[in-house]
Design a protein. Structure first.
Length: 334
């Protein structure tokens, strides 16, 4: 079964064709990072306007690269939330139009749920599930327990800033570019991660929730008190504090739930220090670690199409009346 997926939840216009939920035939992603860099963040009006200009050509390119004409597509899927309302509308309506015109089933997909299962696209072993899964991005930091595809529960999530949001805000405090994550990571390689003892908020509070707002404030106060600071040391120390909390919570959850597989997804999962430290901890504890390749960590339509396949296998599809849900969370499936 070939599924055409469409993703426009934020500032990437993406379309992909995936066969049988695992074989990626194409995955076209048009990024708007350069467009929004001058504003230090995503401008919704610019994002939606760009989606509108690109969506048709991106879908056509995905079909061409997959060497699959639309009449050979078995279903069409699109993100309906969470995300920017004006951006979601473009992709969802485009996908509905394609599905209706081609008389194909249509499936609306929760963007966060697609992230949750995206590491399974990377040649995951048959015994991957159940797993403890960390979704860490610019807008979300969620820890979940996935028993099977479509069967999961939320263990904890951020109570304020997401990890990626904290990276962006600290980068702005330091006068670095947007997006902040890659800029901080690059400078952190030259810094000392133990130079500044930034707080590890909620690391030992007994819950699986996260908090990064206090860490950001701590960086702000440090910069005010230390005008001659080393930017590299600040970056390295800040990054280490974030990574310590993420790794600590994930490993504790896997241990307490007696789960042998850990997965990480979302844009922040590209961070090399996070991958390095989590990899070392998992190896030390005998845990299997699943990490999606970088191209599947940021927003992409391949993960949308892949999850749609599994929904269809369970007999699930969506009505054309499905509306966007900009503020929806991961939710609980069973």
């Amino acid at each position: 079964m070939k599924v055409l997926g469409v993703e426009t939840s934020c500032d990437e216009t993406s379309a992909a064709v995936v066969r049988d939920g695992g074989e990626i035939l194409s995955n076209v992603v048009s990024s708007q990072v350069a467009l929004h860099r001058a504003y230090g963040g995503v401008v919704p009006e610019l994002a939606s306007r760009n989606h509108l200009q690109l969506i048709d050509s991106v879908i056509e390119q995905a079909l061409d690269e997959a060497r699959t004409p639309i009449d050979e597509i078995d279903a069409v899927a699109a993100t309906y939330g969470p995300g920017l309302a004006s951006s979601l509308l473009i992709g969802l309506n485009a996908a509905k139009g394609v599905a209706f015109a081609a008389s194909k089933p249509f499936v609306g997909i929760n963007h966060m749920e697609a992230h949750l299962y995206s590491p399974l696209l990377a040649d995951a072993p048959a015994n991957a599930l159940p797993m403890v899964s960390l979704i860490v991005s610019g807008g979300h930091t969620i820890l979940a327990h996935a028993v099977a595809i479509g069967k999961h529960e939320i263990l904890g999530q951020t109570v304020d800033d997401a990890a990626g949001e904290a990276f962006d805000k600290v980068a702005k405090l330091l006068g670095l570019g947007y997006p902040g994550g890659p800029e901080i990571e690059k400078l952190a390689e030259r810094g000392n991660p133990t130079a500044i003892d930034f707080p590890r908020s909620m690391l030992h509070d007994g819950t699986y929730n996260f908090s990064f707002s206090g860490l950001k404030t701590s960086v702000l106060y440090f910069l005010r008190k230390n005008p001659q600071h080393s930017v590299a040391d600040v970056c390295a120390s800040f990054q280490e504090a974030v990574v310590d909390v993420l790794v600590g919570k994930v490993v504790r959850a896997a241990t307490e739930l007696e789960v042998k597989t850990v997965s990480v997804s979302g844009g922040v999962s590209i961070n090399r220090r996070l991958r390095e430290k989590l990899g070392a901890e998992c190896a030390r504890r005998g845990l299997q670690l699943l990490l999606a390749p970088p191209k599947l960590c940021t927003d992409n339509a391949a993960m949308i199409a892949a999850l749609a396949y599994h929904k269809l296998q369970c007999g699930r599809h969506s009505d054309y009346s499905l509306e966007i849900a900009p503020s929806m969370g991961l939710g609980v499936s069973s």
